[in-house]
Design a protein around this ligand. Structure first.
Ligand SMILES: C[C@](O)(CO)[C@H](O)COP(=O)(O)OP(=O)(O)OC[C@H]1O[C@@H](n2ccc(N)nc2=O)[C@H](O)[C@@H]1O
Ligand SMILES: Nc1ncnc2c1ncn2[C@@H]1O[C@H](COP(=O)(O)OP(=O)(O)OP(=O)(O)O)[C@@H](O)[C@H]1O
Length: 268
C-alpha cells in the first residue's frame, strides 16, 4: 500500500510556557500544504527500511516510520514484518513536519492494511508518542493546536483562494535548537482568534516566536521573509522552527531571485 504524507505550515506560533517535562506549551494554527513524500509498506519476511530522494540524517532505526512500527507491534504482536520504502521530498529541518507526517501516515497505513481497528483518537494516541507534531497529521485538517502542540480545536480556515509559496533557504534548524532560544510568554489574543481576521491584517498581528533568535543565527532566513513581502506577499512567516518560510499571495508571484539560492515550491 502506498500513501502520500504531506507537509504543514504554522500560521502564528506562540510559546507560552515551559513545562515540567522539559517541553513547551505553545499555541499555533496548523495548515496542511501540498508537498508530499511517498511512503510504501508491503508485507514481507522481515522488517526492512529503505529511502530515496532527499538524504535523511540519523540512523535507520531512529526513522519515525520504524519507531511507529515498533510502537504498534508492542500492542499488536501478530503484526507481520513489512518492507518500507520512503521517498523523501519534504525538506528536512524545515519546520514543515515532514518526519511527523511520515510517522502519522505510517500508522494510518498499518491500521488500514492490517485492519487493526484503531479509530482516529486511538491513532492520535500512538502518534503523540512519536512527536508533538505527529497527531495533527492523523486528521490532517486545519486546526488550532495548543499544549505541546498535540491538542486540537478545529478552525474554519480556507486559504485555497490564495497562492501559497514555500521557500526553503540553504539553512537547517533543528527543533530542539529552536526551543532552546525562546523565552515563553503568555499572549493577549490567541492565534485561534487572530486567524479570523482577513489575511491582509495578519502581518501586523500574527507572529512566530522562533523568528527573532533564529533570524539572528541564520540571517538568510530573515532575508527570504523580507523578499516575500517585497514581492507582494499579504502575509509571510517562517514555518514552525524554520528554516522554511511561506508567503501568502493574491496570485502566484515570480520569485526568480529567490530561486537562484533557495528551493521554491509554488501553489501549496
Ligand atoms: C516547532 C513545531 O513544529 C511547531 O509546530 C513543533 O513544536 C515541533 O514538534 P516535533 O518536531 O514533533 O517535536 P518533537 O520531536 O516532539 O520534539 C523535538 C524537541 O523539541 C522540543 N519541543 C517540542 C515540542 C514542544 N511542544 N516543546 C518542546 O520543547 C523538545 O526539546 C523536543 O526534544
Ligand atoms: N521520516 C523522517 N523524515 C525526516 N526526518 C526524520 C524522519 N524520521 C526521523 N527523522 C529525523 O528527524 C530529524 C528532523 O527533525 P526536525 O525536527 O529538525 O525536522 P523538521 O523537518 O523541521 O520538522 P518539524 O516541523 O517537526 O520540526 C532528521 O534530522 C532525522 O534525523
Amino acid at each position: 500500500m502506498i500513501v502520500f504524507p504531506n507537509a504543514k505550515i504554522n500560521i502564528g506560533l506562540n510559546i507560552t510556557a515551559r513545562r515540567p517535562d522539559g517541553y513547551h506549551d505553545l499555541e499555533t494554527v496548523f495548515y496542511p500544504v501540498k508537498i508530499y513524500d511517498v511512503l510504501e509498506a508491503v508485507e514481507s519476511t522481515e522488517l526492512s527500511f529503505e529511502a530515496s530522494g532527499l538524504g535523511i540524517p540519523g540512523r535507520e532505526e531512529d526513522n519515525l516510520c520504524i519507531k511507529g512500527y515498533h510502537l504498534l507491534k508492542r500492542d499488536f504482536p501478530n503484526l507481520p514484518p513489512v518492507k518500507i520504502h520512503l521517498h523523501k521530498n519534504i525538506p528536512i529541518g524545515a519546520g514543515l513536519g515532514g518526519g511527523s507526517a511520515d510517522a502519522a501516515f505510517f500508522i494510518k497505513l498499518m491500521n488500514q492494511q492490517f485492519k487493526l481497528g484503531l479509530d482516529e483518537e486511538a491513532m492520535m494516541g500512538y502518534a503523540r508518542k512519536l512527536g508533538a507534531d505527529c497527531a495533527f497529521f492523523i486528521n490532517n485538517k486545519p486546526v488550532y493546536a495548543f499544549e505541546k502542540g498535540d491538542e486540537f480545536e478545529p478552525v474554519n480556515l480556507d486559504l485555497s483562494a490564495y497562492a501559497i509559496v514555500l521557500v526553503m533557504p540553504d539553512a537547517h534548524v533543528s527543533t530542539a535548537e529552536a526551543y532552546r532560544g525562546v523565552k515563553p510568554a503568555q499572549v493577549n489574543e490567541t492565534v485561534y482568534d487572530l486567524v479570523k481576521m482577513p489575511v491582509t491584517a495578519w502581518k501586523r498581528q500574527i507572529r512566530n516566536d522562533f523568528e527573532a533568535h533564529i533570524f539572528n543565527d541564520h540571517p538568510v532566513i530573515r532575508g527570504v521573509k523580507a523578499e516575500l513581502y517585497e514581492r507582494g506577499a499579504l502575509y509571510a512567516s517562517m514555518s514552525g522552527s524554520g528554516a522554511s518560510v511561506f508567503g501568502i499571495f493574491e496570485s502566484t508571484p515570480i520569485l526568480q531571485h529567490l530561486e537562484e539560492t533557495c528551493q521554491v515550491f509554488y501553489n501549496m
